[in-house]
Design a protein around this ligand. Structure first.
Ligand code: TXE
Length: 452
């Protein structure tokens, strides 16, 4: 059994990929159990060295990985190269973790009390199609660093870079069975990660609906789970902001990766007194956003991932008040022009995740209204605040219920700072200084020292 991969920029089928069944998942988990025991028993420096070797192998194959992502996912080559080098950086960062997973020494009379960070064992990682390599690395790098084995399931649509990373791990000298990439469907391979008794933790990134199911399944097994889910993040522009800068940055914040980004600032909230001026500034910035062949260095945005996804995105424009659109190529491929919509607070476009290059613009009245509107969503992943008023920046960033905010910029993901969502956007945090610890359980041991 296989599934067919399609180049999103041409619509042409180019490869068949194996669809694993439950028996193959069970065999992989059995191999992982064995590999994990030896891996966890290694000296911390040996695990650190192995991860650095894996990082070097990724660095040496950045161009190859990037080209695979252009073909399989339609990412612009510049972005794809950044993604591949990000994987190497994530591996290098967590290569520092094995020697830093320190426990505590807690004062207890009559002895010595210490804690250990014990690895879970085998960790199952389920990733989506929007950022196939980077999201996978946020799971596997800290999980491996903490002494776990990893089974990774890429999305059906975009398995190629994950499969290549699995090969590079072996070429770099990681032990057989320690990091295995299993291609297949969510309902078979993903669900088996949830139900398999030897997979002791699950990391899931994807839709809120499936994530909720995965969490429910993990609850039945008393299995910890990390969830990175959807978003409807607000880009809040106050009248006292540098409007030129805010407008120039807005397209990148929502149209990057064709809007297929959980952190996409897909609602722009603008203070009413500067609403018209902001739209005047936004229009040329959207027109200048370069959509086209992802193989070209100059391209800023490629196609959507699939024909089905393009239909879903298009459905959001039915009855919508479109203010203006950018351009996109005609013809084959799943192209969609960047679109700016004027929305009311109850409109579908203002409430649901589009996961495409469509942004809803809404006016607000004052600071309290901006916070209330930003929070008027089931989600709570990211957001941006544009203001020149420091006190307001502090108040609004504390008031918005999101896991990752930026003031006067749109940055959300740095591997050395924590990342994750509140409310329907997720559970737990990835990346940052503590991520390796999240792949361990604390063990407390008391050593009696009384002589008698
Ligand atoms: O996600 P799914 P899809 C949103 C976005 C998008 C929509 C659907 O709105 O349009 O979700 O995308 C695996 N048990 N996001 O269908 O289905 C699946 O094989 C275990 C937002 O791709 O959630 C894939 O590997 N696993 C999000 C992964 O889960 C299962 C990123 C994600 O698939 C499973 C992606 C099951 N029962 C989509 N069913 C973001 N905000 O970053 C599927 N999977």
């Amino acid at each position: 059994m296989t599934f067919t991969l399609i180049d999103p920029s041409t619509g042409a089928a180019f490869r068949e990929v194996h669809r694993a069944d439950v028996e193959e998942v069970d065999a992989a988990v059995a191999r992982a159990v064995v590999a994990q025991r030896s891996w966890a028993a290694l000296a911390p420096v040996a695990r650190a060295d192995a991860l650095r070797a894996f990082a070097r192998a990724v660095e040496e194959h950045i161009d190859e990985l990037a080209r695979l992502e252009v073909l399989n996912s339609g990412h612009p080559i510049g972005s794809a190269r950044w993604e591949a080098s990000h994987v190497a950086q994530v591996l290098n960062f967590y290569a520092g973790a094995p020697e830093r997973l320190s426990g505590q020494q807690i004062p207890v009379a009559g002895g010595l009390d210490v804690t250990f960070h014990e690895p879970y064992g085998v960790v199952g990682i389920i990733v989506p199609w929007n950022f196939p390599m980077t999201i996978a690395s946020w799971g596997f790098a800290p999980a491996l660093a903490a002494g776990n084995a990893v089974v990774l399931k890429p999305a059906e649509l975009t398995p190629l870079t994950a499969v290549r990373l699995g090969e590079l791990a072996l070429e770099a000298g990681l032990p057989e069975g320690l990091f295995q990439v299993i291609t297949g469907s969510g309902s078979i391979v993903g669900q088996r990660f949830v139900s398999h008794p030897d997979v002791r933790k699950v990391v899931f990134t994807g839709s809120t609906a499936v994530g909720t199911d995965v969490a429910a399944g993990c609850a039945r097994e008393l299995k910890p789970v990390t969830l990175e889910l959807g978003g409807k993040s607000a880009n809040i522009v106050f009248a006292d902001a540098d409007l030129e800068k805010a407008a120039a940055a807005a397209p990148g914040a929502v149209f990057d990766n064709a809007g297929q980004d959980c952190c996409a600032r897909s609602r722009i909230l603008v203070e009413r007194s500067v609403y018209d001026r902001f739209l005047e500034l936004l229009e040329p910035a959207v027109a200048a956003w370069r959509v086209g062949d992802p193989a070209l260095e100059s391209t800023e945005m490629g196609p959507l991932i699939s024909a089905a996804h393009r239909s879903t995105v298009a459905s959001f424009l039915e009855g919508a008040d479109v203010a203006f659109r950018g351009s996109a190529p005609e013809g084959d491929g799943f192209w969609f022009a960047p679109t700016v919509v004027l929305a009311g607070r109850e409109d579908r476009i203002a409430r649901e995740e589009v996961f495409g290059p469509v942004v809803a613009v809404l006016p607000f009245d004052d600071e309290a209204d901006a916070i209330a509107l930003a929070n008027d969503t089931a989600y709570g992943l990211a957001g941006s605040i544009w203001t020149e008023n420091l006190g307001r920046a502090v108040r609004v960033s504390r008031g918005v219920k999101s896991g990752v905010l930026s003031v006067n910029s749109h940055s959300s993901v740095r591997y050395w700072t924590p990342f994750g969502g509140m409310k329907a956007s997720g559970l737990g945090r990835e990346l940052g200084p503590d991520a390796a610890e999240h792949f361990t359980e604390t063990k407390n041991v008391f050593f009696a020292t009384d002589a008698s």
